[in-house]
Design a protein around this ligand. Structure first.
Ligand code: BES
Ligand code: MN
Ligand code: ZN
Length: 496
């Protein structure tokens, strides 16, 4: 799929189909009006009949109008004339979905955009590509029937942008493509079932990534290496599983980078049964998504390599299964982390923090500028924030705010939760340095507080993506979040 921006008026653009917005009461978008003038008011006369009142997300494909180059016009309902990021996303997704069902090969899209203060030209182009690619995403399913035909759509042009914005628009498209490719890598991995996407498979995919990009180097620590690193918490989680654990290290080195590296850490539980603290069977299948953090690390490393960002970045992925077995850890077991701190495992289902704490300790050897971990860590985060915001916790408020701001610009939102000392005190254990759980209250934050015990002296943020990384129900699948947020964060950071 090719993406371009256009700076001329819509009637001058060459495309099979022009896509224009219709607001409540059949009022045309600004570009729609320009187009309508070209064809002598025929579109407005049609709208006046009231068949297409412009309800948000509705679409209607019309045949050619007089004096138009395009052979079709797609009307897209945009609701109120005041357009938000959310309503724009919904309208654009609907437009792309409708185009994909036709034989249209090229389209010029000129929907009403949110106001400039909400969406500048660069971010407009980047988001438009992200939204389009997300709307065209098809899960690589394992159904035996015939696959539906590929859409005919080959090219989309977005606009009109002022001529002065042509450069930022182009840059936005390049960044949007990288972001969309990263999100696709994440989604494809996370959507795979646990019997296919094993720790070994993730390690293979990391190697494959490095083969595609010269700037990436991959190293995989095997169980013996993990033992040599004294990652007792990580080993405790994997010990009930027949699948060998892997600790994946992906490095992006840029000749232009001078600063200490940024380290991403991703939770890679390829299936979380809960272990001996077994989960309820309802929706347990969704625990195949418990490697979404790991998938996000692979996705974001691809973004960084594709854009050749002038920074050094390391991706760390501890990956294993959490299974019950005769060899599995039991509630009350005490293990020693790589950092030397002892942990009483009161609940074997709080396994994510156990594999992450050893990975966070491993990050220290890079003397990192910043460490960001991503994990489907707690159901409590979903209770607190729902699925609309990722949770952000940090030992550095500036970092948390940078991530939250990136989420706003990328429309991939995150919300900061407080990480004050009291939460860490809830993890008291009678027998070890601390326990891995602290009861139900503030569960997302006590999980963050557990990780915070291993990140003293590091500039660190934790993103709980349990609610945002995938959706359940009829549209069950990975969302590719928070790749868009992180892409924005990295692009901003590369400028400074
Ligand atoms: N992977 C789960 C968290 C999760 C739950 C993600 C629901 C997405 C949806 C994690 O390993 C877990 O089981 N956490 C426990 C922690 C508890 C035992 C303190 C949880 O959230 O119930
Ligand atoms: Mn668990
Ligand atoms: Zn888990």
């Amino acid at each position: 799929m090719q993406f371009e921006i256009f700076t001329s008026g819509l009637p001058q653009v060459q495309a099979d189909c022009v896509v224009i917005g219709v607001h409540e009461h059949g009022e045309l978008s600004a570009s729609g009006k320009a187009l309508d003038r070209r064809c002598g008011g025929a579109i407005a006369r049609f709208l006046k009949r009231g068949d297409f009142p412009g309800r948000l997300g509705e679409t209607l494909l019309l045949p050619a109008f007089p004096r138009l180059k395009a052979s079709r016009v797609l009307l897209v309902g945009q609701g109120a004339t005041e357009v938000s990021r959310r309503s724009w996303r919904k309208a654009l997704s609907a437009a792309v979905g409708a185009l994909a069902k036709t034989r249209v090969a090229s389209a010029a899209v000129a929907l009403t955009r949110p106001a400039n203060r909400e969406l500048d030209d660069y971010t407009y182009a980047r988001s438009a590509v992200e939204i389009t690619r997300a709307a065209l995403y098809r899960v690589n399913d394992l159904k035996s029937g015939k696959k539906p035909a590929e859409p005919a759509l080959q090219k989309i042009k977005f606009g009109p942008l002022p001529t002065s914005a042509a450069r930022s628009g182009k840059r936005g498209i390049a960044h949007g493509l990288a972001s969309a490719n990263g999100a696709k890598i994440m989604r494809d991995l996370a959507n795979l079932p646990g019997n296919v996407c094993t720790p070994t498979y993730l390690a293979e995919q990391a190697h494959a990534l490095a083969e595609r990009h010269a700037s990436l180097k991959v190293k995989v620590l095997e169980e013996a290496d993990i033992r040599a690193e004294k990652m007792g918490c990580f080993l405790a989680v994997t010990q009930g599983s027949e699948q060998p654990p892997k600790f994946i290290v992906i490095e992006h080195k840029s000749p232009k980078a001078s600063r200490a590296p940024l380290v991403f850490v991703g939770k890679g539980i390829t299936f979380d049964t809960g272990g001996i603290s077994l989960k309820d069977p309802g929706a347990m299948d969704e625990m195949k998504f418990d490697m979404s953090g790991a998938a996000a690390v692979l996705g974001i490393m691809n973004v960084i390599a594709e854009l050749a960002l002038p920074m050094n970045v390391v991706g760390l992925v501890p990956t294993c299964e959490n299974m019950p077995s005769g060899r599995a850890i039991k509630p009350g077991d005490i293990v020693t982390s790589a950092a030397g701190l002892t942990v009483e495992i009161l609940n074997t289902d709080a396994e994510g923090r156990l594999i992450l704490c050893d990975a966070l300790h491993y990050a220290r050897r890079y003397k990192p500028h910043t460490v960001i971990d991503m994990a489907t860590l707690t159901g409590a985060c979903v209770i607190a924030l729902g699925v609309h915001h990722s949770g952000v916790m940090a030992n550095d408020d500036g970092l948390a705010q940078e991530l939250v701001a990136a989420g706003v610009r990328a429309d991939d939102r995150a919300w900061q939760l407080p990480l004050t000392d009291e939460y860490g005190e809830q993890l008291k254990s009678n027998f070890a340095d601390f326990a891995n759980v602290a009861g139900r209250d503030g569960g997302a934050i006590t999980a963050g507080a557990f990780l915070a015990k291993f990140t003293k002296g590091l500039r660190w943020a934790h993103m709980d993506i349990a609610g945002s990384a995938y959706v359940g129900g009829a549209a069950k699948g990975s969302t590719g979040r928070p790749i868009a947020l992180l892409t924005d964060y990295l692009v901003q950071r590369a400028r400074r």
